[in-house]
Design a protein around this ligand. Structure first.
Ligand SMILES: Cc1cc2nc3c(=O)[nH]c(=O)nc-3n(C[C@H](O)[C@H](O)[C@H](O)COP(=O)(O)OP(=O)(O)OC[C@H]3O[C@@H](n4cnc5c(N)ncnc54)[C@H](O)[C@@H]3O)c2cc1C
Length: 507
């Protein structure tokens, strides 16, 4: 790995990082885009299914749905930025520049999908495999049509920080590391699904950017708001997602007794906000022993051929009902940023799922995160240009040993994921959160002891995961109110006498 200098260093090559790199390149900046991935499939962007929401010239309607889904907790200012720039960003970048061909109907007009908690059909999609049809052409465009330097299989380990300003990051490739100094550094490292046993995200989503930013002293917010997708399908051969678009078409949820339960739960039944559906699915799972998505009322294989094929690959007979369970899906919180992605530290920006813009509040509306990554990426790319590069002393991690005991990271990850799954899932209890927090702090201490003398990518991913896990547990412990994705159920907390320990307000 060579020591480098660049105007703008972008860490992460999902939709948010690619949009940032494109817009900084258009402003004439020298841009370096790094991703620890070897294949595009290692980004959540590639996996996105349902699509990307636009306003269809009615920004107020999309804004109202985002605010409703968040239970009124989303930031109106941030949502205004999103809806104001949505249609133009999608048209100019995704359609005109990189050539995404969203699905059309027989008349050649766009076919808009409707997803949970959207009052209108407004989701552009390609099949139910929208992510890969955006990610691959976007990556190719940046590689072939811009001056951006793209380095794959290259991980950012730590930010270069001096007197409260960020000057780049230490990058690792093939076991060697060196600093890249940058006028501005943009974190676009995605979500935190790798902290959970059951997730729709790639396993490499270990929260690296959030951990790096937190260690450097950046503000991190709303970490308790982790969205669980109600219809994950867990099999012996892996966990995958059944898009909400399938319920949008008319598929229904049934418990193990074959009974539909969502109509009694919410006026929008299966199309209620995700947090509501996830809690109901979890409850019916525990109460009746299982939940299935019944797709017999729709033309599943014709309308969702990719999902039908995925079911078959995993030996799931979709014709008799797809077994579903809530799975970790999306982080609503993250590194606190303003309307151009600037963090609380000079020289540091964050975009995409690792950033907390305020758009999602306590619960995200479906099909708004690709859009958020695109809109904030384009804005951050512009704002990140024009800053002076300063090279400073090399950080101390440059002298460490790369060796780690065999299976060290794997074993610690098993422990971490089991605590996160058990205690920081769909429904949480105050005492479980407290116990989890103590256990995660101990785990972090054990990992930190190694980080003092050793450096390797897997150790740094583990360190990031433990830091982020502690941040999630702390935020969850400090918020006693049930709101959106953070649902505290004190009735699961009983003393030896069987009394409830701590009340919770809100619903
Ligand atoms: C199965 C699934 C379906 C979804 N469906 C939809 C949908 O239909 N509509 C919608 O709007 N949203 C959807 N989402 C959510 C959405 O896809 C993500 O929130 C969004 O793509 C995140 O984009 P991103 O650019 O922030 O991160 P990602 O796309 O995850 O990219 C992160 C990048 O950072 C890199 N990286 C991470 N750490 C480091 C490091 N230390 N050094 C270097 N590189 C690093 C990764 O390799 C990767 O390149 C879905 C998510 C999943 C998982």
């Amino acid at each position: 790995m060579q020591r480098r200098e660049t105007d703008v260093l972008v860490v992460g090559a999902g939709i948010a990082g690619l949009a940032t790199a494109l817009s900084a390149d258009r402003k004439g900046a020298d841009v370096t885009l790094v991703t620890k991935a070897v294949q595009p499939t290692e980004a959540s962007t590639w996996r996105a299914q349902g699509g990307i929401a636009i306003t269809r010239s009615d920004p107020d309607s999309l804004k109202a749905d985002i605010l409703d889904a968040s239970g009124g907790t989303a930031s109106e200012t941030a949502v205004d930025v999103l809806v104001e720039h949505a249609d133009e960003a999608v048209r100019e970048v995704l359609v005109d520049t990189i050539g995404v061909e969203f699905d059309t109907d027989s008349t050649g007009e766009y076919e808009f999908g409707r997803e949970a908690a959207h009052k209108e059909p407004r989701v552009l999609h390609v099949n139910a495999e929208t992510g890969k049809h955006i990610h691959v052409p976007f990556l190719n465009y940046v590689l072939e049509e811009t001056d951006v330097t793209v380095l794959d299989d290259t991980a950012a380990l730590e930010l270069v920080s001096h007197e409260g300003r960020i000057h780049g990051a230490v990058l690792e490739r093939a076991g060697k590391w060196a600093p890249t100094f940058a006028g501005a550094t943009v974190l676009a490292t995605g979500g935190i699904g790798g902290l959970y046993q059951r997730t729709t995200n790639p396993p490499s989503t270990t929260g690296d950017g959030i951990a790096m930013a937190a260690l450097a002293g950046a503000r991190v917010e709303d970490m308790e708001f982790i969205q669980f997708h109600p219809t994950g399908c867990e099999t012996d051969t892996g966990t995958f997602l059944i898009s909400e678009a399938v319920r949008g078409e008319g598929a229904v949820l049934r418990n193990a007794a074959g009974k539909r339960f969502m109509p009694a739960e919410h006026p929008d039944a299966e199309l209620a906000p995700r947090d509501v559906v996830a809690r109901a699915v979890m409850r019916e799972h525990e109460r009746t022993g299982g939940v299935e998505l019944d797709v017999t009322g729709i033309d599943f294989s014709a309308n969702f051929p990719g999902l039908a094929a995925t079911c078959e690959t995993h030996d799931v007979d979709w014709e008799t009902g797809i077994p579903v369970i809530p799975v970790q899906h999306f982080l609503c919180g993250g590194i606190a940023v303003d309307d151009v992605g600037k963090t609380s530290l000079d020289g540091l920006f964050a975009v995409g799922e690792c950033a907390r813009t305020g758009v999602h509040g306590a619960n995200r509306l479906a099909s708004t995160s690709l859009l958020e990554g695109l809109v904030w990426g384009l804005r951050a790319g512009e704002a990140a240009t024009g800053h002076r590069i300063t090279t400073i002393e090399s950080p101390e991690l440059l002298d460490r040993d790369p060796a780690l005991p065999a299976n060290f990271a794997q074993q610690k990850f098993v422990r971490l994921r089991s605590v996160m799954e058990e205690s920081l899932g769909v429904v949480r209890s105050p005492s479980e959160i407290d116990t989890a927090r103590a256990g995660l702090r101990r785990l972090k201490g054990e990992v930190d002891a190694y980080v003092r003398t050793r450096t390797s990518r897997s150790l740094y991913e583990l360190r990031a995961a433990t830091i982020v896990a502690v941040l999630v547990a702390r935020a969850a412990a400090e918020n006693e109110q049930s709101v959106g994705c953070h649902h505290v159920n004190p009735s699961t907390d009983t003393t030896a006498e069987g009394e409830t320990m701590r009340p919770s307000s809100g619903s």
